[in-house]
Design a protein around this ligand. Sequence first.
Ligand code: IPM
Ligand code: MG
Length: 352
Amino acid sequence: MRIAVFAGDGIGPEVTEQAVRVLQALEINGLELVEGDVGGAAYRKHGHPLPAQTLEIARSADAILFGAVGDFSLDHLERALRPEQAVLGLRKELGLFANLRPATVFKGLEDLSTLRPEVAGKIDLLIVRELNGDVYFGEKGTRTLEDGRRQGWDMMSYAEDEVRRIAHAGFKAAQGRRGKLCSVDKANVLETSQLWRDVVIEVSAQYPDVQLTHMYVDNAAMQLVKNPGAFDVIVTGNLFGDILSDQASMCVGSIGLLASASLAETDGAQGAFGLYEPIHGSAPDIAGKGLANPMATILSAAMLLRHSCGMEAEAARIEAAVAAALADGVKGGDLGGSAGTKEIGDAVIARL
Ligand code: IPM
Ligand code: MG
């Protein structure tokens, strides 16, 4: 197995370093790690946030462990050169269309949520977000209208095959969990959403064991704070998924613990190509200080072993070690504790 390690910007390098240490501590035979530059760090070195050599490393790998990208000091650059283009480019170039973002409350950490503990404690959901289409990748531009006003525009669209494959991913995920799938759209206003809904209903015929419901995105935002425990799997488009997954992570209250996977196939086959990253960003305010909590990246490495390497036992070992460290009170600043980045890495490794 060849794993590409793209640490990126801000706290990316320090949290990734700990996840790599955890992977190495498992002493998995034939696991090869290759580093590559992405984001602002890559722009500074090579003049591009996703240099050709990085893309080549990605294509030669079986999976990617990703830190974070983002650097405010580069926000003045034209869009194509900004750090975020590294992650958008990798998603598109590598066909990573299925983004799995689990949100669960670790036992004993219910108080971290801004929701009441009895509400937060019930959160155990998975957002399946489409990652290759929607308004993110449609034509876009700015133009000047005849009367001289400037106008910005972005094209939102989904083709039926794009909806179908992410719908299958949602249904399969639900089969592996509590059997409930909620498809989120805005079909009362958007044509894109009406087609989305029609296609999801068509696909549902193949999954009689999954209970399908539909919800408008504004209502879903409300329900996520009102009764998040009612959700099992949510399947939604790129833009709505971006927003709802941040909201779900905050409902849990510990963004420093949430991992994610972006997969190029979801046929249930073990060994899918995927990119794995913490859902938090580059956190420039604490970068380089050894304060960042690496647990989300460590848990992303566990997802990598599960989905791309077919190593369920090793993945579960990492997850159990993180849970044990938390139970023993090993907490980063984001969880109200004082453990540093390396200290948390050490604590997880000690509990493997
Ligand atoms: C995410 C991020 C990205 C997105 C940004 C960095 C482009 O917010 O992964 O959710 O919008 O998809
Ligand atoms: Mg986001």
